[in-house]
Each structure stands twice: as structure tokens, then as C-alpha cells.
Design a protein around this ligand. Sequence first.
Ligand SMILES: Cc1cc2nc3c(=O)[nH]c(=O)nc-3n(C[C@H](O)[C@H](O)[C@H](O)COP(=O)(O)O)c2cc1C
Length: 341
Amino acid sequence: MQIGPYQLKNRLIVAPMAGVTDRPFRMLCKKLGAGMAVSEMITANKALWTTQKTLRRADHSGEVEPIVVQIAGGDPAMLAEAARLNVGQGAQIIDINMGCPAKKVCNVAAGSALLRDLDNVGRILEAVVAAVDVPVTLKTRTGWCRETKTALTVARMAEDAGIAALALHGRTREDMYRGEAEYDTIRAVKQAIAIPLIANGDIDSPQKARQVLDYTGADAIMIGRAAQGRPWIFREIQHYLDTGALLPPPRVDEIRELMLGHLDELYAFYGEYSGCRIARKHIAWYTRGLAGSNAFRQAMYRLESTAEQRLAVADYFRRLGDETERLTYVYDDNDEMGHEQ
Ligand SMILES: Cc1cc2nc3c(=O)[nH]c(=O)nc-3n(C[C@H](O)[C@H](O)[C@H](O)COP(=O)(O)O)c2cc1C
């Protein structure tokens, strides 16, 4: 999989997720097998560029190349400026967000709201591609609604504008995250364009990854929610694509060490107060479905310091059983998160 001058080590990409794919998470996923990871979106609104949140999102120090920064907005000139600024700060690939259905984003005619104004889509693609010397990629959905799927039109516009790769989520804006992603549109788009196509939506296992790659003919796949609390899914998928065999679940001690390392990175990145709060959701994802995890989470949510939180996690894994054993998901009836997906 090649994007501009960057030859990725494989076809597995971490989907951008605001509030999730921060630098510690991206680095962890890359370490565990992802070929590329897209940053959380950075707004094109200049007024917000000095907020702590945006500054953190633009911090890529120590990250494995290529550094991909996603920008979101609705105004071509502002997006072009945001692209230039981020390249100045180390971005090696700029990704334009035309897929986010969030109200906060759509109300300002950005994200997937752009799909209702194709003239503006064209202006944005041209302005951003012209603004920077690095590859520009586009992430979008199949359309605004099922009646008017614009994916084919947008894909051709992207190719004509010089977009280096297209990521397509098999849902419309109106679908939000409901129902199942469909891959027919992704397959049709793949047949219509020559630039690399990345398939996205509901890929949550090695077998599903294989199916989606085969069915759509996509050059790569992008994984979001299934990597939450399971960043090792990338090596599991790669192993399956390479050998046709499933890896056994990871060992308890490996996941304990991996989690504690992740927590340390989060604490260092966000500091004591935010670090403790942001780590909570990752801990909840990691432990979902494991024995006794519901009670553990309730207690863990109440802890207010990173030191207590780290100790609680280490202790939970000690109680989980023999550390040389494989991780076992039990999805007990009391585990409300076990049934979430
Ligand atoms: C919590 C969360 C945050 C997201 N933030 C972004 C974002 O900042 N930019 C974007 O293009 N998509 C965003 N998405 C959409 C994902 O990139 C992806 O397209 C979607 O989750 C479908 O893939 P999946 O089924 O593998 O999760 C977000 C999704 C989630 C769940």
C-alpha cells in the first residue's frame, strides 16, 4: 500500500477517532501491527488553534512515520491554511474529514455535511491539494442519505483533484452508526477509480478483514471501534491475512504490561488530572467482557489519582488468574459492557 512517497508496511490503518486516537494510542497500534494511524481531527478554525486540545492533537513527537493529520472544516481557504500549518508542524500526509456525522461538526457545514454541496467539495479538494507538497487523502461516507449516495461522484472528483488515497466508510451520514456498514458501494468505487481505496466500517475480526478485502478489492482497510481496548487486533489480522490461521488470544501478563505501559503514556501526555480521566475509558474497553470486570470498573471510575488507578489495574489483572494463561472473555450477565457491541 503506497500513499504518495510512503510505502506502508501493510494494509491495516487505524481510523481517526476523536477522543481516542491520540498520540499514545496511535503509537501503541503501530507497535502492535498497524501500518498507519490517522490523528484525531484538528479543526480548520484558526481561533481554536491555541487551545490545549488542538495543541495536543498536533503533537507527534516520537511517532513512527508517516505522520497523518486529519483536518475538518467547510471553508476551502481555511482548510488550505490548516493543511499548511500542520505540514509546518510535521504532518507528512494531510487527511480531509468529509465523513464525521457529529452535530458539532455538521452544524458548521463540515464533516459529512459537506456531502450536500458537491461544488464546495471540489473547491476544498483543489484548495488543500494546491496548498501543500505532501500527499492529501480524503475520508468520507457513501453519501448524505441512502437515496443520494454521492460516493462515486466524490471519488472521481477526488481522483481528478489529485487526492492520493480515499477512505470510504460504508454508511451514509443519515445512518450515523446504526445498522451495518455495506460494502457494495465501496466495491463499486474501487472499480471506478485508480487511486488507492481504503475500506472502512464494522471490521472487527481477522475473518471480517479478509472478507472485506476480498469483496471490495480495496487496497487497505481502516479499523476504528474494534481497536478500542484491543489494539493487538492489527497483528491478529495481519497474521490471518498472511497465514490463514488465527493467533491464540494474548496472554494475561502481556496485556497487563501493555495496558500499564499505555496508562503511563497517557499520564505523561495528559498530566495527572486529565490523564486519570482519559485513561478510564481505555481501561473500561480493555476489561470489557473479562471476568468480574463490571465490579472492577465501578470501583475504578471512583479513583481520582493516576497512582491509585494504575495500582487497581495491576491488582485486577493479578486477580484474573494465572498470568501465563490466555485472556478469556466471559461476558458474564453482570457485565453490562460485554454486550455493548
Ligand atoms: C469515538 C469516535 C470518534 C470518531 N472520530 C472521527 C474523526 O475525528 N474523524 C473521522 O473522520 N472519523 C471519526 N470517526 C469515525 C471512524 O473513523 C470510522 O469511520 C467509524 O467508526 C467506522 O469504522 P469502525 O466500524 O471500524 O469503527 C469516529 C468514530 C468514533 C467511534
